[in-house]
Write a protein that binds this ligand. Sequence first.
Ligand code: DLL
Length: 437
Amino acid sequence: MIFEEKYECMDRAALRALQGKRLCETVERAYHKVPFYKRKLDEIGLTPADIRGIEDIVKLPFTVKDDFRREYPFGLFSVPMKDIVRLHASSGTTGKPTVVGYTKGDVTTWGRCAARTLACGGGTADDILQNAYGYGLFTGGLGLHYGGETLGATVIPMSGGNSKKQLMLMQDFGTTLLSCTPSYALQLAEVAEEEGMDFKAFKLKAGFFGAEPWTEEMRIQIEQKLNLKAIDIYGLSEVTGPGVASECLEQTGLHVFEDHFYPEIIDPETGQPVAPGQQGELVFTCISKQAMPLLRYRTRDITSLIEEPCPCGRTSRKMRRVTGRTDDMLIIRGVNVFPSQIESVLMSVEGTEPHYVIVVDRSGTMDDLEIRVEVCRENFSDEVRKLEDLRQRIRHEIHSVLGLHATISLMEPKSIERSLGKAVRVIDSRATANKKA
Ligand code: DLL
């Protein structure tokens, strides 16, 4: 089922016209209602009248995460506080959180976009959605919650954690849709195994996994372990939360809900648009937001856009799976490394579990890369020679993909900390090592 066929399957030319109209209105409002945008546009001598269609978007200046910090907490809002009905915030690793506000209308639109997401993965009003994203300031919980209700599905507001209870209700209530981070899905699989539960006896059809990067290899593992179709869903709080883009059942890229969020891909170094289909940094302009118009926001997420039509009938462009962020790229001994590259290698080597941590440290002037990965229970009890074989295989594969020698630490099953929400998979101690030196 397509939730909002009128928009999701819109003729491309009509969609472009709609985007242009919405962009003009948004720029007009941002300029007149948000001093921050007025300043930014005045600085480069641009007025709202210079924006006449979607092609003019490239004239606009970028907005970055730091602008949220500078305008903390409500400086980017374009409506009075009496019209704001909801606040969310994402916890940055340092300093103040990034605050976002929604009007009643924004909450409705968000719910519809999250409902589109669920429908993209085959969800309907007949489904029972177990929502295991965290409720609270994080947008995952309430985002999917409103999406489920807007779709007309039955929502179980579980939040993250309490895995045994999750599994019990999943079984007793006949949950058909699951939403949580991919790392928490793996945790559920593990607890089910410990409890002797079999997902084949469950009614799960689809899982809506996002909020953190995950690989195709991880998808295969999750689909096998949980016996469901694993759908990649993408969003970020600055733009709205979940419900920005979602895979359909084709699983070949994520449909961007372009009538609300206009995507561009730029070269992160130069800020210039890349050639069609090329990879770069994803930039979003919110063209229908009331509370917080957002112009050309640099997400730091790396992906590319797919222009070809999708067999599902939706006409919106798709984005490829986000492989990482410009700021989570590690530079190890001069080599650029994305954690997702390491995950792909680990997941494709037989004998390992999908639980790992990447540790980067510095001894003297050299960077050290250590990869800790759990070994399957059967293998862990194996003889030493077999474990050594496994270690060498991983070391070899990592070297052939990254050109780097890594220390591989094979860990006992269940020794790496599990996550309820976004997994922390990289420990980079080099900054502190530098300070100490
Ligand atoms: O994570 C919103 C969300 C909730 C999306 C539930 C999907 C499901 P933030 O906490 O602001 O919002 O984090 C946003 O998470 O810029 C990406 O780096 C990353 N991210 C989100 N979805 C995906 C995904 C929510 N499917 C940041 N694949 C984004 C890779 C993702 N990374």
